[in-house]
Design a protein around this ligand. Structure first.
Ligand code: HPA
Length: 237
């Protein structure tokens, strides 16, 4: 088993499907709550990673860290060095749309970005990072089966959390962009270049138009729903 500057599994397995929450402690919680026969495969820089079984299917979960530099290097190493084929981000986002309330679930069909990371792939025009159609279709079907509403569309992956310009959110919202987080565009581009699949799923943590925020109870419930949609994706052929 190889190792990289950021992942050293010491022989522990890494599954073809890896869920990547931003927070490594969230990865630990997911592993402890949802997986069986779990082994830890990473602790480098506290970016905790685990592999276990979900309904008999091998799946891994690893913290991605915050921002495109962190998620893109984790995604790159998981795919290129450890053979992962599907990276599924399970995160939170702020909402740009007044009627998209905290705890609603967003699936990022596309990810706009103000980051220059994607430029290093050197396409001769603006590259449009999109999710895997197969994963999007599967999560949409799973949501239908469970009677869960999901909002599918464009999001923004921003490099800037504290933006000095207070007009930016409205300008993205005008283009129908649903919300903002800080990772998916980089993750989608890395996966695309490698011929792998990626999907970003989010619970809305705060509405940036109305200022509405989730309560801890709502956050917990929304997180559980999101995990019940994301984990079965590991069983896809
Ligand atoms: N901005 C960026 N990322 C986020 C936010 C936000 O408001 N909320 C959750 N992730």
């Amino acid at each position: 088993m190889p190792s990289t500057p950021h992942i050293n599994p010491h022989g522990a397995p890494i599954a073809e499907t890896v869920l990547v929450p931003g927070d490594p402690l969230r990865a630990k919680f997911i592993a402890e709550t949802y997986l069986e026969e779990t082994v830890q495969f990473n602790k480098v820089r506290n970016m905790l990673g685990y592999t276990g079984l979900y309904q008999g299917q091998e799946v891994s979960v690893m913290g991605s860290g915050m921002g495109i530099p962190s998620v893109s290097l984790v995604t790159h190493e998981l795919i290129h060095i450890f053979g992962a084929r599907r990276i599924i981000r399970v995160g939170s986002c702020g909402s740009f749309q007044p009627d998209l309330a905290p705890y609603e679930i967003i699936v990022a069909q596309g990810a706009c970005t103000d980051s220059r990371f994607v430029e290093h792939f050197n396409t001769p025009g603006t590259y449009a990072p999109i999710c895997s159609w197969k994963l999007l279709k599967a999560i949409s079907e799973e949501a239908d089966r469970r009677g869960v509403d999901i909002h599918v569309g464009n999001i923004l992956s921003s490099d800037v959390f504290y933006n000095l310009d207070d007009t930016v959110n409205e300008r993205w919202a005008r283009m129908g962009v649903l919300g903002v987080e800080m990772e998916s565009a980089g993750m989608y581009a890395v996966a695309a270049e490698a011929g792998a699949e990626a999907l970003g799923v989010f619970t809305v943590s705060d509405n940036l138009v109305t200022g509405e925020q989730t309560t801890p109870e709502e956050r917990e419930k929304a997180f559980t729903t999101m995990m019940e949609l994301a984990l079965p994706l590991a069983a896809l052929s």
